[in-house]
Design a protein around this ligand. Sequence first.
Ligand code: PHE
Length: 338
Amino acid sequence: IQAEALDNVKKANNLKELQDIKVTYLGKKGSLTSVLRGMGKLSKEERPVVGEIANKVREAITNEIEQKSEILEQAALDEKLQHEAIDVTLPGRPVQVGGPHLLTQIVEEIEDLFIGMGFEVREGPEVETDYYNFEALNLPKGHPARDMQDTFYITNELLLRTHTSPVQARTMRQFNGNQTVKMICPGKVYRRDTDDATHSHQFTQIEGLYVDKNVRMSDLKGILDKFAKKMFGDDRKTRLRPSFFPFTEPSVEMDISCKVCNGSGCSVCKKSGWIEILGGGMVHPRVLEMAGYDSKEYTGFAFGMGPERIAMLKYGVDDIRNFYTNDVRFLKQYHHAK
Ligand code: PHE
């Protein structure tokens, strides 16, 4: 029995076969077990002899099975490990990550530039009163520049702001008429326009306001020129053209010279070689007075620009609706544009 059992154990290929062998020899109905069971029939003298032999055989078989079992278990584990091994040389699956919207990036870039020149960032309400959106900005009721068609009115006195300029009036009020104001204000504005490639019923503006004793037009020119060069590249020139806004006097529009492409991006170029990027001017004395400032003591400049337009010029975006339709194929191109 021992020789046969040990031979079988040696030949066993896996744990299942080994278990079967164990049952065959040592199980309840196993061959060695039946030898032990049959001992009762033996004589007193034979019993210890046979018993000793049978025990030795059992021990030998058990030992052999245990040793073989360890070997087979190790082999099974090795195989499992090999099977489950990770091939670190396989290319990884890319993880999709989002990024800031192009408009967010542009607004933050503009904010950073003006923060660097000492401006603080402020905000104002999108639902605005007729007073701050128009009246406080020298646009009394009935003024032709208050084209009803352009304004989303909510009630007679409440509307969606058509520009960020009301934040000029609100901020000056808060400063109590006797302090320096140096702020920019980004935010959403609304106009009753039919959407097309260059018009949108909702878009973004960034307002700028600097009020102090002795603020001059040359300060406006200098700061805006610095801004344009930082935004579009040192090789850009700027020029101011006379314009009209009821809340500034004199009023200007600023153009930048356009190059087709440079290190900071590409711009759509008009035949003139100049393209308009913002409006501004010296704060109208009446606007200062209405906000509680003495216009003989204080002067100021203000400007307003559209970040969509800046982004369109800087990155060659040809349709303003791209900013709002949120097609990821468009947006992805500008992840980390800066
Ligand atoms: N609010 C003006 C506009 O929306 C821009 C502007 C702001 C002009 C400040 C002058 C001063 O067109």
